[in-house]
Design a protein around this ligand. Structure first.
Ligand code: GLU
Length: 469
């Protein structure tokens, strides 16, 4: 049997970070088993589905490096097939027309509320002859669900989950306007797409029971089910806006690398011993459904940042510069860089990257820490740098001339001049280096000062010093 998984997002917003994890798990399981992952856009809710949301989902998956097999399936385009299946159930006596009016349903809801239980349709049209149908009421089609016994979901993550059928009512398959319900559409699509494994959030666990009843009514095999616990915030409450960004594109904008986010997401709810770092191939090799935990994982922003810093340090310099450049259309303008790096700046960035990437945790921090490379003169000093320069300006008197006289503009060469200057004026190296760094970078911290001076070059270094002094 070839494993077929699917990711089935509803295009009503961005690609949620939890959805991205679901997609990743489906992708990993398909890759692990040599199977396929399909993508189905569940756009049956016409009011809430948007083109922009579809694009955000496709872009988000692509950015994260998750591809899918075959063409994207759009659920709405399959409505005729959904209707056909509902009608086949009707013909087989496993579904029925229900003419209950909105008012009758409201009464049932009211009774349930009074009795403090969830609303259950009471089955009043289950065995009634449609010839008794009231004039002018368009019926819905309901499933003739079993009334006794149990419905069981053998879940690969949750274990055996049992519902009493008396607690599940006859759900609607087709609305009175002929449109299918989500419950019907998912079953028909998963069946027609030959899906063997459904892996999704555990907010769908009760749906799994209802869908199982539809499968059984159709005499179709129920796919293997895995319901993964939702992601919670650091405080243990379901992840929400107040914890931080929910859309995957926000993580891109905050400067995370897709590989780092993948590694972070795979560990949210899945484990392999206590291994934290996984290359993509390692994830694929190790991933299985049995190692998905049953309790909700907590999103830890600090951990994600650290992981990202780690990935950045491992990324080749040229690639990091390319990743920065990808972000420029969003953040380049406001930093005065524009939408692309000028060739000279690009060269400087590559040269400075070994020092820069040691500290930064995100691409944004990385770009900001490279401020000294693209800062227009005269530099805007931040507060700390301003203080350092003010306190140390005196100690730099005469250094410009000494540097200007240096023949070999190398790290060793400039270091020699700066050391000699400190000695000659009777202060420690740091007391010269700090105001020098402030004047040259506009910041209180930077990569190694002498490397900075080399990357800036003689002219720019001297000009900046003249500006500051
Ligand atoms: N469209 C549903 C959602 O976005 C998922 C349905 C499913 O995975 O079965 O929550």
């Amino acid at each position: 049997m070839t494993v077929v998984t699917r990711f089935a997002p509803s295009p009503t917003g961005f690609l949620h970070i939890g959805g991205a994890r679901t997609a990743l798990f489906n992708w990993l399981y398909a890759k692990h088993t040599g199977g396929k992952m399909l993508l189905r856009i569940e756009d049956t809710d016409r009011e809430r589905s948007t083109e922009a949301a579809i694009q955000a989902i496709l872009d988000g998956l692509t950015w994260l490096g998750l591809d899918w097999d075959g063409e994207v399936v759009y659920q709405f385009s399959r409505a005729a097939r959904h209707r056909e299946v509902a009608e086949s159930l009707l013909a087989a006596g496993r579904a029925y027309y229900c003419y209950a009016t909105p008012q009758e349903l409201e009464e049932m809801r009211e009774t349930a509320r009074r009795e403090g239980r969830p609303m259950r349709y009471d089955g009043r049209w289950r065995d009634r002859d449609p010839s008794e149908a009231p004039a002018g009421v368009k019926p819905v089609i309901r499933l003739k669900a079993p009334q006794d016994g149990e419905t069981v979901v053998e879940d690969a993550v949750q274990g055996r989950v049992v519902w009493q059928n008396k607690d599940l009512d006859d759900l609607v398959l087709l609305r009175s306007d002929g449109t299918p319900t989500y419950m019907l559409a998912v079953v028909v699509d998963d069946h027609d797409m030959n899906v063997t494994h459904v892996i999704r959030g555990d907010d769908h666990l009760t749906n799994a029971a209802r869908q199982t009843q539809i499968y059984q009514a159709l005499d179709w095999a129920v796919p293997n089910m895995s319901h993964i616990p939702l992601i919670h915030g650091p405080d243990g409450a379901k992840l929400s806006k107040r914890h931080g960004a929910l859309g995957i594109e926000a993580y891109r904008s905050m400067g995370y690398l897709p590989a780092a986010l993948r590694n972070y997401l795979v560990r949210l709810g899945w484990s392999h011993g206590d291994q934290e770092m996984f290359s993509t191939q390692e994830m694929i090799d190790a991933f299985d459904l049995g190692s998905i935990g049953r309790s909700p994982a907590r999103f830890d922003f600090a951990k994600l940042e650290n992981l990202n810093g780690h990935y950045m340090r491992q990324t080749p310099d040229e690639e990091l510069v390319a990743a920065l450049e990808d972000l420029l259309p969003e953040i380049g303008e406001e930093r005065g860089i524009g939408r692309k790096f000028a060739p000279v700046l690009r060269e400087k960035l590559v040269a400075a990257m070994p020092g820069l990437k040691e500290r930064a945790k995100t691409l944004i921090e990385l770009l900001d820490s490279a401020y000294y490379l693209y800062a227009p003169r005269p530099l805007q000093l931040d507060e700390k740098a301003g203080v350092l320069l003010k306190d140390g300006r005196e100690r730099l008197q005469g250094i410009v001339e000494k540097l200007a006289g240096l023949n070999d503009w190398t790290a060793e060469g400039v270091e020699g001049v700066v050391r000699q200057h400190a000695e000659a004026t009777g202060v420690k190296l740091g007391q010269v280096a700090q105001p020098l760094r402030a004047a040259l970078t506009g910041r209180a911290t930077s990569p190694g000062l002498f490397d900075v001076m080399v990357v800036l070059g003689r002219e720019e270094t001297l000009e900046r010093l003249r500006d500051a002094l």
